[in-house]
Design a protein around this ligand. Structure first.
Ligand SMILES: Nc1ncnc2c1ncn2[C@@H]1O[C@H](COP(=O)(O)OP(=O)(O)OP(=O)(O)O)[C@@H](O)[C@H]1O
Length: 262
C-alpha cells in the first residue's frame, strides 16, 4: 500500500489560549477507512478541516498525494481540493435545487467561474450524476428539490456530490450525527463500499464508538488535541476507550469486538 496522506506534527491554535491540536502525526494509506473518535471538543472537526485547509493549521506539514498542502497558493489549493471530497453533518445542499443539480455542483471546482454560473455541464457529467444517484438508491429522487428529501437521502446526495469530483479521499465530518439509526446504517455502508470497492480513502469523524468499531479498518482516538490511540478496532480494550473519552467514558455503554461490516 502507498501513503495517500501524511500529517507531520500538525498543530492548530485558536487565539491565545485554545490549542485545538498538538503535534498530530499519522499516515493513511490509499483505500483505508479510518475513523476519528474522541469526546466533544477533542479537536476531531478541527483535525479533519485542517487537511483541506478549511481551517488553517498553525504548524506542521500535511502531505496529500505527494503535495504539501499548507504551502499551496489559492489556485493550487483549489485543484487539490477537487481530489478531496467533503461530507458534512448538515449536508450543505442548496435547498431549492434538485438532487441531480446538487450532485453536479461537485463539478464546480473543476470549471471556469462562468461555466459554473451558467450551469454548463457536459453530457458526460450529467450521465455520471445519474449513475451515482442510481447507485446510491436515489433514482426516484433525482429531480426532487433537495428540501423535499429525508435526511438520509440528503446525505446520499452529499456523497454523490463528493464522488462526482472523482476524489482520492473523502473527509466526512460527523456524517450521521443528524440521522436515525437506519439511515445511519445506509450511509455507513455506502462509505464502506466506497472505500473497499472504489479504493477511495475515507476519513470520518464519529461520535458513535460502536459504529466506528464496526466499519473502520483503523481508529484514531483523540483527546485534548492529541492522538491517544491509533490502531485497529479489534485491538481496542475498554481501558483504551476510557482513555480516549476521559470523563465522558462512563456515559458510553458499548460492546467491544471489532471487525467490520461488509
Ligand atoms: N473557530 C474557532 N475559534 C475558536 N476556537 C475554536 C474554533 N473552532 C474550534 N475551536 C475550539 O477548538 C477545540 C476543538 O474543537 P473541535 O470542534 O475540533 O472539536 P470536536 O472534537 O470536533 O468537538 P465535537 O465532537 O463537539 O464536534 C475546542 O476547544 C473548540 O472550542
Amino acid at each position: 500500500m502507498t501513503a495517500l496522506l501524511e500529517l507531520k506534527e500538525v498543530s492548530k491554535q485558536f487565539g491565545k489560549d485554545t490549542k485545538a491540536l498538538s503535534d498530530i502525526s499519522f499516515t493513511i494509506e490509499k483505500g483505508e477507512f479510518v475513523s476519528i473518535i474522541g469526546p466533544s471538543g477533542a479537536g476531531k472537526s478541527t483535525l479533519l478541516r485542517c487537511i483541506n485547509r478549511m481551517v488553517e493549521p498553525t504548524g506542521g506539514d500535511i502531505i496529500f498525494d505527494g503535495i504539501s498542502v499548507p504551502g499551496l497558493g489559492k489556485k493550487a489549493l483549489m485543484k487539490t481540493r477537487t481530489q478531496i471530497g467533503m461530507i458534512f453533518q448538515h449536508y450543505n445542499l442548496v435547498n431549492r435545487l434538485t438532487a441531480i443539480e446538487n450532485t453536479l455542483h461537485g463539478r464546480l471546482g473543476s470549471k471556469s467561474v462562468l461555466a459554473g454560473m451558467l450551469g454548463l455541464y457536459s453530457e458526460e457529467e450529467k450521465q455520471q450524476a445519474v449513475k451515482l444517484l442510481d447507485t446510491l438508491g436515489l433514482k426516484e429522487q433525482m429531480y426532487k428539490r433537495s428540501d423535499r428529501l429525508s435526511g438520509g437521502q440528503k446525505q446520499r446526495v452529499g456523497i454523490a456530490r463528493a464522488l462526482i469530483q472523482n476524489p482520492k479521499m473523502l473527509l466526512c465530518d460527523e456524517p450521521i450525527a443528524s440521522l436515525d439509526p437506519n439511515s445511519s446504517k445506509v450511509i455507513m455502508k455506502h462509505l464502506r463500499t466506497i472505500s473497499t470497492e472504489l479504493g477511495i480513502t475515507v476519513l470520518v469523524n464519529l461520535h458513535q464508538v460502536e459504529t466506528a468499531l464496526k466499519y473502520s479498518d483503523r481508529i484514531i482516538g483523540v483527546n485534548s488535541g492529541k492522538i491517544v490511540y491509533d490502531g485497529p478496532p479489534a485491538g481496542m480494550s475498554s481501558e483504551e476507550i476510557a482513555n480516549i473519552y476521559g470523563a465522558e467514558a462512563k456515559d458510553l455503554s458499548i460492546t467491544l469486538g471489532g471487525g467490520h461490516a461488509g
